[in-house]
Design a protein around this ligand. Structure first.
Ligand SMILES: Cc1cc2nc3c(=O)[nH]c(=O)nc-3n(C[C@H](O)[C@H](O)[C@H](O)COP(=O)(O)OP(=O)(O)OC[C@H]3O[C@@H](n4cnc5c(N)ncnc54)[C@H](O)[C@@H]3O)c2cc1C
Length: 609
């Protein structure tokens, strides 16, 4: 990868000072020499006993973090010889932080491709090492000097043009040809992966039950807007233009996804729900039934990617009396907006992102809204979040040479185990800065949490993917009492006219919105494939932190996401826009390597092992 910005980038240290590359290059040189010696224990002496090594494919063909010297030795012993890590060269200048940690980016080669790495040295020994495979030798993406011609500037009778080839390809799927990869789900995740695969020359088809790319956003309530700022939200290869608003409204996001699908020349079947999939262990392929225009089409891809959305499998709680409710009730994913509810009584059950958004939307339409909060919720103001993301995702970051790719790599270079320390400090700062905001919320009776260990939003997102609200205005309505609140409220039963709480209080309602969240992506595997496969694969997401809804054992990586799982040919892809962007490359490289026969021995455990 050639990325000039990395050469000038200030990497997140406290007040970093540039220094010559010597100490880091010297460390890399010694490391490379030891890697090729017969005694790998010498290489280990270059690591601190509490060192970490996070690897995305380069050594492991997996996504793993090795913690401590013994684990690093294990990785080296299993993979060093076959990987042939070499050519380790510092990019630009190393930097030193106030804490004395010296860090630098570096390039490397392996037996199969090229990668980028990052090292943090403490007292001359490695504290954290990060290695990420970025391209496969002989299968480099056709960008820049390698771009394709597009046509032949010559005259030739009967030749096919691009449009003929495209149409023939698109109509061939399931008829005369099979895609190597079938991606179920054409949201941002599925489309980003399809774009990566396209560039790598892998045939891929995206199917979605919705009609148009972007419908997952388009069909939601009108007020929905991205809660993350634009710098965090780019799709691979095609960033938003530089006048794009900071917070993208959902219909613009939908249109962008549709345009992306077209411009990136992705093969997309809309209105085509995937009904079921079965792995054929003899033929080593899937048999997948898609319902297309009322017809059942059987596809036989080698790989099946579930990009069906973390927020795709609604949790619908069941309470006595629910079927007798005289008003309207629906899950938050089905909420069409507050237009019909002016002057009516609405209860939103839940207190996370969707619940707040929908409560605010109903209030804007003149409804009387009550939010039912069952357990404490983490709230962080979107402006505050944007401020803390500035060093990596902002105009200021870009001006300092930190482009999106470098920002993503920087985030990826931090082992999950080390992240909470910094996150706790940051959350404490936020609590101090926004003290008045939090006091007002508490005064209104809102139950707050900042995470079980006070580590805030990023940790909670990684651990359970829920439990928080990025405040874009609803908190003020709660604090002012304009949105009613019942905190610590548990539902006893649903009455024909509303909800009865365990406390005995009855809340009359014309509308109940169940903003009760979503199940694990593995539920899609159970639904589309079978319970046995879903059970074998285990849950998606979560680090094994041992905190609520993220039971141990510690994995140190998001379970089953973007990496091999305990079912051949099955992959899970998703997450927020930044994760979709970054890890779509990691997943695409794994698929490409397997399809062209590059050996991909998977090191380390898979989730659930
Ligand atoms: C209020 C709110 C604010 C948010 N703000 C942000 C933000 O700022 N940034 C951000 O990154 N994320 C944000 N999100 C989260 C965002 O919705 C998800 O991160 C995102 O949609 C995930 O993308 P995805 O492609 O993985 O899944 P989805 O967008 O959910 O796409 C999954 C697709 O799979 C399709 N599908 C499912 N099952 C089948 C089947 N059997 N057959 C065919 N197709 C199927 C669905 O139709 C859907 O189109 C927000 C969410 C909410 C509720």
């Amino acid at each position: 990868m050639t990325n000039p910005s990395i050469e000038n980038a200030p990497v997140q240290t406290s007040n970093p000072a540039d220094m010559t590359t010597d100490p880091v290059q010297a460390w890399l040189d010694r490391f490379e020499r030891q890697l090729h010696s017969d005694d790998l224990r010498q290489a280990l002496s270059l690591f601190a006993p509490d060192a970490f090594w996070r690897d995305l494919l380069a050594m492991s063909w997996n996504i793993v973090t090795q913690e401590g010297a013994a684990a690093i030795h294990h990785l080296l012993a299993a993979t060093a010889r076959r990987t042939r890590l070499e050519g380790l060269r510092v990019r630009g200048r190393a930097q030193v932080g106030r804490d004395g940690v010296v860090q630098a980016w570096f390039d490397f080669r392996t037996a199969v491709g090229e990668g980028v790495g990052h090292v943090r040295l403490r007292d001359g020994r490695c504290w954290t090492l990060f290695t990420s495979l970025r391209s496969l030798q002989g299968h480099e993406e056709p960008a820049g000097l390698r771009r394709e011609a597009g046509t032949l500037h010559q005259v030739q009778r009967g030749r096919e043009h691009w449009i003929d080839q495209r149409d023939a390809r698109r109509s061939s799927w399931g008829q005369s040809a099979q895609p190597d990869v079938l991606i179920v789900g054409g949201g941002q995740g599925g489309l980003a992966l399809a774009a990566r695969l396209k560039r790598l020359g892998v045939s891929a088809l995206v199917v979605d039950r919705h009609a148009r790319p972007g419908d997952a956003w388009r069909l939601r309530y009108r007020s929905l807007c991205l809660h993350d700022p634009v710098w965090y939200d780019h799709l691979p290869y095609l960033p938003f233009p530089d006048h794009w608003p900071i917070y993208t409204p959902k219909d613009r996001m939908a249109d962008w996804l549709e345009a992306y699908c077209s411009v990136m020349d992705l093969d997309f079947w809309g209105s085509s729900p995937c009904r079921r999939a079965q792995w054929d262990p003899q033929a080593h392929l899937w048999r997948v039934e898609i319902e297309r225009e009322g017809q059942s089409v059987m596809l036989q891809p080698k790989h099946l990617v579930l990009a069906t959305g973390m927020s795709g499998f609604p949790n619908r709680p069941s309470y006595p009396g629910q079927q007798d409710f005289r008003g309207v009730q629906h899950h938050s994913s089905e909420h069409p907006g507050g237009q019909a509810w002016a002057g009516r009584r609405c209860i939103v059950v839940g207190s996370n992102n969707s619940a707040h958004d929908i409560a605010a939307d109903l209030w804007e339409h003149g409804a009387q809204v009550t939010l039912l909060q069952r357990s404490p919720t983490l709230v962080v103001r979107s402006q505050t979040l944007a401020r803390y993301r500035k060093p990596l995702y902002s105009e200021e970051a870009l001006a300092a040479g930190v482009d999106t790719e470098l920002a993503d790599l920087t985030v990826a270079s931090m082992p999950a185990r080390l992240a909470p320390a910094g996150q706790i400090a940051q959350m404490n700062e936020i609590r101090r800065d926004d003290a008045t905001f939090y006091e007002r919320l508490e005064a209104a009776g809102f139950a707050l949490t900042f995470g079980e260990d006070g580590s805030g939003l990023s940790a909670m997102y990684a651990r359970r993917g829920s439990g928080y609200y990025i405040d874009v205005g609803a908190s003020d309505l709660v604090a002012q009492g304009l949105i009613g609140l019942r905190s610590g409220a548990n539902i006893q039963r649903v009455l024909p006219e509303g909800l009865e709480l365990v406390s005995g209080e009855v809340l009359p309602a014309d509308l109940i919105v169940w903003a009760t969240g979503y199940g694990s992506m593995t539920e899609w595997a159970a639904h589309l494939i079978c319970a046995e496969v879903a059970q074998r694969v285990g849950p998606c997401w979560g680090l094994g932190s041992g905190t609520s809804r993220d039971p141990g054992p510690w994995e140190g990586e998001l379970r089953n996401m973007w990496k091999p799982v305990r079912q051949p040919g099955l992959w899970f892809h998703g997450g927020n826009l930044a994760q979709s962007r970054h890890y779509s490359l990691t997943l695409a490289l794994q698929l490409k390597a397997r399809l062209v026969g590059i050996p991909t021995p998977v090191y380390g455990r898979m989730s659930g092992d």
